[in-house]
Ligand binder design. Structure first.
Ligand code: IPE
Ligand code: IPE
Ligand code: MG
Length: 253
């Protein structure tokens, strides 16, 4: 484990890793348990991955914990999962502070229950001065929700004369996204053998490297995270250019 961590090139770490934590339900079912049992164990993976990310000096980690579409799941699962998420975030604040981790939340908070607003606001406030890893929890989040909200806000600002239509470009649009304070993810991991993006950071993942693993989220540990990072470091990121261009010093082609 120590060895695997040491083989990571710290000078070429992705700045931002985003994770679709999937497979809790199937993991539980395989054990003859109900879905909430899987979510409960998924929390242990969250702890381990957050700790593992902080240990290697990662700057940004986004965890997709609950999608806008997940509100349509059976009521007992929604209620149980929401309580588990909010309670966990609240209880982990001392550990986050100890590890200098700053919490952020992205998502449609208008759909969240009142108690969640209060608990999350307190957790955000209590970790706001930390300067290490930025932990971004995507809760009640979906990319289409985020983009539609952004377009609406741009339209409102254009109408109010605060923005000219000619000024609307990539950097301006980015400022209207829920992720405006964060760089785009460079590596996106999805667990449980599904090859989908499922409405997650559609705009921001444009040039992310995608990594899929069959491991279900409750079994995903630091070791698996480090394997994904090592895989990322073997890849050539071209951003639309040719491989030859990337070999040349900047400005020569
Ligand atoms: C991921 O596990 C957690 C959430 C989506 C909230 P799932 O609950 O989607 O588990 P599977 O994919 O049904 O196994
Ligand atoms: C994506 O997983 C959302 C989260 C992990 C929070 P889902 O299990 O909801 O996605 P689909 O339904 O398989 O696309
Ligand atoms: Mg799933």
């Amino acid at each position: 484990m120590q060895e695997l961590k040491d083989t990571i090139d710290k000078s070429r770490l992705p700045r931002h890793i985003a994770v679709i934590m999937d497979g809790n339900g199937r993991w539980a079912k395989e054990k003859g348990q109900d879905r909430l049992y899987g979510h409960f164990h998924g929390v242990e993976s969250v702890r381990d991955i957050v700790e593992g990310s902080a240990e290697i000096g990662l700057e940004y980690l986004t965890l997709y914990a609950f999608s806008t579409e997940n509100w349509d799941r059976p009521e007992n699962e929604v209620t149980g999962l929401m309580e588990l998420l909010v309670d966990t975030i609240r209880k982990e604040v001392p550990t986050l502070n100890k590890n200098n981790i700053k919490l952020h939340v992205i998502g449609d908070m208008s759909m969240m229950p009142a108690y969640a607003h209060k608990e999350l606001a307190e957790a955000l406030e209590e970790t706001s001065k930390n300067t290490g890893l930025n932990l971004i929890m995507a809760l009640s989040y979906s990319s289409r929700w985020e983009m539609i909200r952004a377009v609406k806000q741009v339209a409102i600002d254009v109408k109010a004369g605060k923005v000219q239509p000619e000024e609307v470009d990539g950097p301006l649009f980015q400022r209207y996204l829920a992720t405006s304070a964060f760089p785009d993810p460079e590596l996106m991991i999805r667990t449980s053998g599904e090859f989908r993006i499922s409405n997650f950071l559609l705009y921001q993942l444009a040039y992310a490297e995608l990594y899929f693993t069959d491991t279900c989220w409750p079994d995903f540990r630091k070791k698996n995270l480090y394997e994904a990072i090592l895989d990322f470091q073997k890849r050539e990121r071209r951003f639309g250019k040719t491989s030859e261009q990337l070999q040349q010093p900047a400005g020569t082609i």
